[in-house]
Design a protein around this ligand. Sequence first.
Ligand SMILES: [Zn+2]
Ligand SMILES: [Zn+2]
Length: 309
Amino acid sequence: MPRRAHDAADGCTRTSRRCADENGPLDSLLDHYAGILYFGLLAGGFAVLVVLESFAPRRPLDLGLGSRWITNVGLLVIDTLLLRSLQPVAAVGIAYYAVDRDWGLVDLNSVHPVAGIVLAILLLDLGRYWEHVALHRFKPLWRIHKVHHTDLDFDCTTGLRFHPLEAVIGVGLDAAVIVAFGVPPMAVVLLSLVYVTETLFNHANLRLPTGLERALRWVIVTPDMHRVHHSADRRETDTNYAVLFSWWDRMFGTYRAQPAAGHAGMTMGLHEYRDPLRLSVHRLLLMPFQRGRPTPVIGDQRPDNPPLS
Ligand SMILES: [Zn+2]
Ligand SMILES: [Zn+2]
């Protein structure tokens, strides 16, 4: 029996893009305005967080804003022009293409719409967790992802700092999950909107009230939790991989509650890259293609950063 047995007699399916208007106001709104919502949340979230960061900073910034913001926003512009804006569009396109062809080992489109979207979001976010683990564990992937970790401070602009190639990896991972589970397109749209907001939020240099922070981190990744992941201490860098739901790290043993040196005392970034002048936009774009080891900083000869001879 075809899995789209719930299709209406006129040929419209609950997940067909052609019939999005007939599937309810939320589907129609998301289908037509997803792009505007995406960039609205990006700009609005950024503006709100910048104001909040100025009122309640978690730690003093070592470098200030100037050159870092130019670099981070510059990467966002390049990412957006090249690939970043294509990532949600491509993922949604793949989801529509897959559902129209009844792809998927499991078909989340055939269960209750709300349950299907919730399950799909959980699976996509779990996929992002393992993608992030792979970005740290495999050297060719780390060369791309380390661009994100070279920020010597940590604020909401750090959430904009990604090499464009990381978006390609993201599309590939999303496609695998979408095709494997027959993910409803609306789940992909909704998650892209949640991600753009959450990625800015969990990089914020923001001091949340202790009770609120504790409650939030049972469900989502908070700025304090993700800041540990940006520690220069590799034992901390390789923890807290979750993107949206914090429980993946607890489930898979990669959770670390706090940095050993405390949030005010911890060193951000990577020990191999301490010179801001070597972290300009064009150098970061070339970073994945440079195989040589960077010059260590004098006075930073830690056991995991032996001096180069
Ligand atoms: Zn990472
Ligand atoms: Zn990050």
